[in-house]
Design a protein around this ligand. Structure first.
Ligand code: ZN
Length: 126
């Protein structure tokens, strides 16, 4: 692959830097990934946290013997992840059902924690 000199633009903050790259797209990606604004890491964190939401609340949780949440609820959880990721909200707790709760928060290491809690109560009478 031929490399040339391009002006890459960070898609997160608009920072422009001359860089050796295969093409304009490659230049933009390289500048974005290396930019000090942290946009690239925030995007990666967001994608990873969404994977956790799918794992604990979406179809993937069936494998763990859990019930999925209503399809209308998943976008709400993604939005909660988005707000925590952009640091507009510190933490969110959602009682999905009386026995299933979701907590999404930013920890001190600046990573997002996604938590599912299921409580079951069994009571008998004879
Ligand atoms: Zn940037």
């Amino acid at each position: 692959m031929e490399f040339g000199s391009f002006e890459g633009t960070c898609k997160y903050c608009g920072f422009i830097l001359p860089i050796m790259a295969a093409d304009q797209k490659d230049a933009d990606i390289k500048v974005g990934e290396g930019c000090d604004c942290g946009g690239y890491l925030r995007e990666k964190r967001f994608i990873n946290a969404k994977v956790l939401v799918d794992k604990y609340f979406g179809d993937a949780c069936i494998e763990a013997g859990l019930r999925t949440v209503d399809v209308d609820v998943l976008p709400l959880l993604y939005k909660a992840v988005e707000c925590v990721n952009s640091e507009k909200i510190k933490s969110v707790s959602i009682a999905i059902t009386p026995s299933t709760k979701c907590a999404i928060s930013m920890n001190a290491k600046e990573s997002i924690r996604v938590e599912r809690t299921d409580t079951h109560k069994f009571q008998g009478g004879a």
